[in-house]
Design a protein around this ligand. Sequence first.
Ligand SMILES: *Cc1c(COP(=O)(O)O)cnc(C)c1O
Length: 396
Amino acid sequence: MTKPRCPDYRLETRLVHEGQERTPFGETSEALFLTQGFIYENAETAERRFLNEETGYSYTRYTNPTTTVFEERMASLEGAEMAAATATGMAAVTAAMMGQVQAGDHVVAARALFGSCRWIVEDLLPRFGVGCTLVDGRDLDQWREAVRPETKAFLLETPSNPSLEIIDIEGVAEIAHTAGATLTVDNVFATPLWQKPLALGADCVVYSATKHIDGQGRCLGGVILGSADFIENKVQQFLRMTGPTLSPFNAWVLLKGLETLSLRVERQTATAGFLADALHDHPKLRRLTFPGRPDHPQADLIRRQMSGGSTMLALEVEGGKDGAFRFMNALRLIRISNNLGDAKSLVTHPMTTTHQRFAPEIRADMGIPDGLVRFSTGLEHREDLLEDLTQALERV
Ligand SMILES: *Cc1c(COP(=O)(O)O)cnc(C)c1O
């Protein structure tokens, strides 16, 4: 059900209008089709739809008009030929990886991955006979050396969660393609605004739409983007048959989120930059990492592949876990929660939550010291945030 895109319009305009197809009522806002399925005018129509001889909706596990608008808008935003929406970000990562491999294949992934993504490649895929090698994603030689004749897919995340390490997408894509494999990039931390993995050579991009795309902590969602060939032949059948479908209600909420995405992410990134500059040499911080600062260890690479910093900061507080807990518990405005990209500023302690299941040496390898606190910048006034962070750091 592809409708003509509006490529002549700029990003902000497309975020508001792309994909909308009005019903005869002429509604202003996108219509919400909260329906499990669709009625066929006659038995012949049903037969033709099932034979794929006629386009049209049949069942929301397959497609739904509200979800289609979300997919069209995401594809336009990302510069992808096609998008497939999913119930959560993890459903997107799982489908993107499972859809590409079969027993006997091999995948290579960066070790600094979101905890559940790492479980998919390290624990789930091997159960079905798919081998996995984890590498330090920053070292291109490690990607090259990990390739085997049966390597089919690469997976990485950049900037990584929560350490904000950067991986050279163009360099890794070239190695993947030389090996006859594909590259999938989890682009959550960069947001669709600041990094375009497909333009850098990736074959597939995945998002947790739960994060910046909703951006207001209301619902879960995910999306997979790539060429029409990739989505139709690797992903779509897996999604349709196994059923991790995005609810049309959540697709509608996410569409409303996309309308304000650029406003929110630009403001959050600017505030994150302000806080990073204000706090980078604070005596209670062992280290502050922000991809928008010139002292990021990979600042050159960031300049080449990203057009903006990030809405995230990684703060390594003095005093390890105790220091981090004292800091977090002293915060008054900023709340402890594991969402990110939210309108509300939030902190997480990766060691004891998102990355708790990893042994200490693996955590160290992933760049997660005990005192690390992940900070997601919200939409509050920057001075209120700075005051809260400063008073809490004094309690460390
Ligand atoms: C949150 C997140 C996911 C998973 O998304 P859900 O919507 O929670 O399933 C995957 N990757 C990254 C980088 C994330 O931050």
